[in-house]
Unconditional design. Structure first.
Length: 536
């Protein structure tokens, strides 16, 4: 990057935020261009990963790894919160359409607010020059679709728990400039992961602040105090910088790091909560680590116990052991920052490769996690109220659960139609829901429009006949009065053409769901008032 003396002077955001941002974007344009399509333009080569590693030196210190672990935990927590809030607002409040309905100027003001808040919380974000996506033109592109696309790349596909690995935003220019190639040196691996963290932190933080600003909300983040650099580490940095010939003053960087650390606060090593004046000081320190000069703080005994058993890594494996954190880092393979991860919900597995769960579906999964007795949650349009449905035991419940389990993990229109058939009558009696809202909800969650996939079975029936015939997809059934609902004749003895009760054939699944619907089967029992609630 450019040396300090070559940097573009800019006014502060307090004086003129648009002029401040224009200068900031001009600095980015020197390397990534100003067009919507990001490309490397110079004017001078950005330092390659190998060059940056040579500046950092050939040696990695434990304090480097501790700082990286702290960044990683903070980003994971932030992306988890962003995913839950984003999916809620998209599902309940139609955020995407409301955002795109704003004027271009209104969106620019919200984007500027998000950028300013990033710099207010951290005067010199380390990833500011690694994020060419953060310009007004790119985020406001296509009526604000640029911002929506960015958030889609930052949100997680599992909302059951905070992950241990954050999700990165792919960028061809960034990846080329940070390609480790055949240099698996410790310093190269550390610099790559550290830059990934700095870049992702900036992108996620700006997205979070823009979302909050849209709803007139704000959040202040405390700056976490990192470990004190070792004397050997500082000398190593000075020498490496001198040998590299980079046009950067080592002492100015060291003094800047010291100033930032002096203004920062202690944070809990487990939950990453930063010490605030209204919560009192974080004084509980691990005594075993203190003996070797490693300062590890906790906000409570509970957090200390949690970190001891299930930290990353478990603290019992590194407590009081010098260089144990560094050794674990060097021995571990580089993390995979993909969009999917194993889910903590036993009912659903991870999304299939290439399948991205919609924000509305992620919100459905979050509500199911909060209401473990429910199989599906009806959401009242433009309201925070919801109603949870509990499926019955037996064929209808099994059919629904199997269909939803597949639809959650892969694009499966037939399974969504099965769900629709089995939920219709319950939707009719659920206050404020109705069949049309159910159709719209499933369309948001799965991208499947029932009108394009399902022919209402009522049109195939002759209600005046005592014995009703239903023929669909090569299957046939005779429905006798009293033979259904279930508890008497089972659906599998009523239908001809089923090879097995497992019904792997999607045509058989559709037929079974339509048969249940046509039989006069009552609304799914268990529209439970005791688990009715509102979005948290």
């Amino acid at each position: 990057m450019a040396s300090d003396r070559d940097r573009i002077q800019s006014p502060s955001w307090e004086e003129d935020r648009r002029a401040w941002n224009a200068a900031r974007e001009l600095e980015l344009a020197r390397y990534y261009g100003s067009a919507i399509e990001i490309s490397y333009t110079g004017p001078q080569p950005i330092l390659s990963l190998a060059k940056m590693a040579s500046i950092a030196g050939t040696k990695v210190f434990e304090s480097n790894v501790i700082q990286l672990q702290s960044k990683t935990a903070s980003i994971c927590s932030l992306q988890y919160n962003l995913t839950r809030e984003w999916s809620k607002h998209v599902a309940v409040d139609d955020f995407e359409n409301r955002w795109m309905a704003q004027s271009g100027h209104q969106r620019e003001e919200l984007i500027l607010e998000g950028l300013v808040r990033l710099f207010q919380n951290n005067l010199d974000p380390l990833g500011k020059n690694l994020c060419p996506e953060l310009t007004l033109a790119r985020l406001n592109h296509r009526s604000g679709k640029g911002f929506i696309d960015l958030v889609g790349k930052l949100t997680l596909q599992d909302v059951s728990k905070v992950p241990t690995v954050f999700r990165t935003v792919p960028n061809d220019v960034y990846e080329v400039l940070h390609d480790a190639g055949d240099l698996p040196l410790p310093a190269v691996l550390w610099v790559k992961q550290d830059h990934d963290a700095d870049r992702t932190h900036c992108l996620t933080m700006v997205a979070w602040h823009i979302l909050l600003a849209f709803y007139g909300e704000s959040q202040t983040f405390g700056l976490s105090k990192g470990p004190r650099p070792e004397r050997e580490q500082l000398e190593h940095f000075r020498e490496s910088l001198r040998i590299s010939g980079a046009p950067v003053d080592a002492e100015s960087i060291i003094n800047k790091v010291r100033a930032i650390r002096a203004s920062a606060q202690r944070s809990c090593h487990s939950c990453r909560l930063v010490e605030q004046s209204d919560m009192g000081p974080i004084t509980s320190a691990c005594q075993g680590c203190k003996l070797i000069g490693r300062l590890v703080y906790y906000c409570s005994k509970q957090c200390q116990a949690t970190d001891w058993k299930s930290g990353n890594p478990p603290h019992k494996t590194i407590c009081g052991k010098k260089d144990a954190i560094l050794d674990a880092f060097l021995a571990a393979p580089p993390p995979s920052h993909g969009p999917t991860a194993p889910t903590g919900d036993d009912r659903f597995g991870p999304a299939a490769a290439g399948y991205t769960r919609s924000p509305a579906l992620l919100h459905q999964l979050a509500l199911l996690q909060q209401n473990p007795r429910a199989e599906y949650v009806f959401m009242k349009p433009h309201s925070l109220q919801f109603f949870a449905a509990v499926m019955p035991h037996g064929t209808p419940g099994d059919l629904f659960k199997n269909a939803m389990r597949r639809a959650v993990c892969q694009h499966s229109p037939a399974d969504v139609v099965v769900m629709y058939c089995l939920l219709q009558k319950t939707a009719r009696v659920a206050p404020g829901i109705g069949v049309e809202n159910l159709r719209d909800q499933l369309l948001k969650e799965y991208g499947v429009d029932q009108f394009l996939w399902n022919v209402p079975v009522q049109r195939t029936m002759k209600p005046k006949l005592r014995c009703r015939q239903l023929r669909r997809h090569g299957y046939a059934a005779t429905i006798l009065p009293g033979s259904l609902p279930f508890g008497g004749t089972d659906i599998f003895s009523t239908c001809r053409g089923f090879d097995s009760p497992l019904m792997h054939d999607e045509r058989a699944q559709l037929f079974a769901a339509e048969l249940i619907h046509a039989s006069g089967y009552p609304p799914i029992p268990g529209l439970r008032r005791d688990i009715r609630g509102s979005h948290s």
